[in-house]
Structures are given as C-alpha cells and as structure tokens.
Design a binder for this molecule. Sequence first.
Ligand SMILES: Cc1ncc(COP(=O)(O)O)c(C=O)c1O
Length: 449
Amino acid sequence: MAARHSRVLHRSLRETPPRAIGGDGVWLIAEDGRRVLDASGGAAVSCLGHQHPRVIEAISRQASKLAYAHTAFFSSEPAEALADLLVGHEPGGLGYAYFVSGGSEAVEASIKLARQYFIEHGQPRRQHFIARRQSYHGNTLGALSAGGNAWRREPYAPLLSPVFSHVTAAFAYHEKRDDELESDFVARLAAELEAEFQRLGPETVAAFIAEPVVGATAGCVPPPEGYFRAVREICSRHGALLILDEVMCGMGRTGTLHAWEQEGVAPDIQAIAKGLGGGYQPIGAMLASTDVINTIRQGSGAFQHGHTYLAHPLACATALEVQRVISEERLLEHVRELGGHLERRLTERFGNHRYVGDIRGRGLFWAIELVADRSGRTPFDPGLKLNQRIKAAAFEGGLGCYPAGGTADGRSGDHVLLAPPYIATSDDLDMIVDRLGHAVDSALKSVGH
Ligand SMILES: Cc1ncc(COP(=O)(O)O)c(C=O)c1O
C-alpha cells in the first residue's frame, strides 16, 4: 500500500512521523500499537505524563462551562485562580502573571515589558539586552535575537535585532579552563559581563536574560556555584533588570518549583511555559515583579502588548489543575528523590563509557554529552549526525528521548536530554537508562565505534 501523503508541514519535509493516537502515564502509543516510553516529555513538557485523569477531568469541566472569552472584555475564574496560585504569595517579589500560549511568547513579553518599564521609569536610553552564547529563548524573532545558538540564528541573522549581545555561557564542561577553580570561572564570567555593560554603557542596558539551567541547546547545564548571585549583583548595581527564562527548567523540573530558588537570587521578570500546562494545553506565562508592574500602573497604566489568546480560560484551567496535582501529590519531593536515582543510574551506565564525556543535570532534567575523545573533550564530526542516529535507535527500541547537536558551540557536539515525567517510578527510570544505553551503543556502532 502506498504511504499516505501528508499535507502537514512536518519538521522534516522528507519523512512523515508515525501518528500518536494515545497516551498512558509515561507511555505514548503509536497507531500501529507500539508503546514508546516518553523519557523526555517531548521537549521537557509532559511533567505529569499523558492522560492524567485529574487534568482530563478539569479540561472537560472547564470546556463545558466556558472555553474562551477575550481579555479586552473579560477576566475568567481559571486565570484569576492560576495567577493567585503562582504569584499570590509574591515569590521572590514576583507579583503578577501574564498568560500567553507558549515559551517564545513569554520571552517576547518579558523583553517588551523590560523595555516599557524603563520608558515609564524615565530611562528611555535603556535598550540593550545582554544574553549568552549557546542559549535558547524561542524561535520568534525577538526571542531568537536573544538566543545565542549559532545554528538557529544563522539563516535569520539579517532579521535579528542588534540590541542583543552575547557573553560566554556558564558551561563549565566546555568553557572552564582546567587550571581554573569553579570560583575563578565565575569571577571570569562576571568580569566579562561587567565589561559588556561598560562597552554598551551601563545606562543603556535594559536587562540580562539567561536560562538558570540551560536546556535544549547545551543539554541540562546547571550554573556554577555563585554565578547567578554575581550576575544579580551586576544587574542591580547598574539598575538593569534580570530576566530568567525558565521555560524548560522551571515548574519543578529541577526539583524546586523555580530553578532560581536554588541559586539564591530572584528575577525581576521570568518566563515559564512547558511544565506549566504539562502539554495538556498550549500555555506559557510571564511573571513580573510587583515593582516593575507598579511603575507601569503609575505611568501609562497598561502593558502595551497583547495576543488574541491571552489568559485563555481553558488553558488556564488546565494549568491550574496541573499545578495543583504537582503540589497536592508532593511531586517536587518525588522529583528530587527520583533525580538522585536517575543520576546514580546514568553514572553507573555511562560514567566510564568511552564516548560519554559528561553527565549533568538537576532534578529530573539530565543529559549525557557524547565526545569522540574524552581527554580532549573533542566532539564527533557533526556530519555523522550522531545525535540523530541515537534518536532513531532509541525510538526503534521504544524510547522517546531528546537528542540534539551543536552542544559545544552551536555547530558541533552531541547530547541526549532526558526529562521524564514527575510521575515516573524508579523502575521506569531504570528502563529509560537501559534503553538509552542500547541506543547509544548501537548508534556508535553504526558510525564505526
Ligand atoms: C528556555 C526556552 N525558552 C523558550 C523556549 C520557546 O518555547 P516555545 O517552543 O514554547 O515557544 C524554549 C523551548 O524549548 C526553551 O527551552
């Protein structure tokens, strides 16, 4: 029988992926009946796994009442309740939530809010944003301008805004010199950031934007100890804002609701998405400090931005239930405990692997980085597409994981990211590591190793 021709513009224009027809906890089910163990929640999205009964029930309850009302006319119960739950207690001074449809929109809103804040604060010259190389903040043009991943930026470079500049990533495996202590590395990165403020003129910088634990581009890179405290101090001293992008690493993924809680700092503006709605609805949010919002309230009185689907009632009701489940079922504790188990199992399986140079992460957010030579930390030839081979071998073996390339510098390097659902068991994690081990070895074999 001839393969059906798909009219969906898929990620690959040459291949149509198999259809997913169902989900069951940590499993995804394909139309041919195959069950795939979802070890990465897609792209660190499905924090409660698939078809969680409480979330399905909440969606159906809200859908039967009200799916949509435009925010130019109405607020809604779910939006109010979700904002109260997230920022009613003003964590780190964040007092307001702006609900959008995903991570890129949350980042765009964060950038625009920072700019508007400074206009209304009487500092209109603040228009520069400092970000980091090897970061990812989304694919819309503002977010892509902020991102520092060379490969993603390259084709669109002429369209990207020049107000974003990039400093070295806090990526110890590739950037820390062997003769440096962690504290020296942090001091060097802080000095570089300070120098960038000085180059631009500190009174022209609106914000520094960073992922507390870098996700897709570099593979679960936690910051060195003290890095974010140093960054926070530099931003505050120069009167610039700190924007933290927790689209991937936030909402419990690293073992605390916000990854910044483990860094001893708080942002002025934060972007969240993926784990907020767990994939049950498209939803993201910008969280903003009470100080920032009060300045605008006392100025123009309105954030000059907006989308049709802001604070979508069905999406907010869904995220509200996802967050209630995380809290009521004490899943953050579970993430911390299981995270320790996953780290141990990954270390047992890959710690002495000839081609695994680094195992890193936090909570249920872990990556292994593949290298051709461990001592030199030399990446494989990107032409081998090792990460894609691992992805294919894993899928063949019933494992969904999130391999990517360009780990080292945006062009070369391979890693595999794992972000299992918070409801996983230690047996599920054992199976994930086992299947990943087979996939890695079989992919390496296919390139002659
Ligand atoms: C840190 C970070 N920011 C922003 C985004 C963009 O989010 P979305 O794909 O929902 O637009 C992502 C997506 O992977 C991300 O990891």
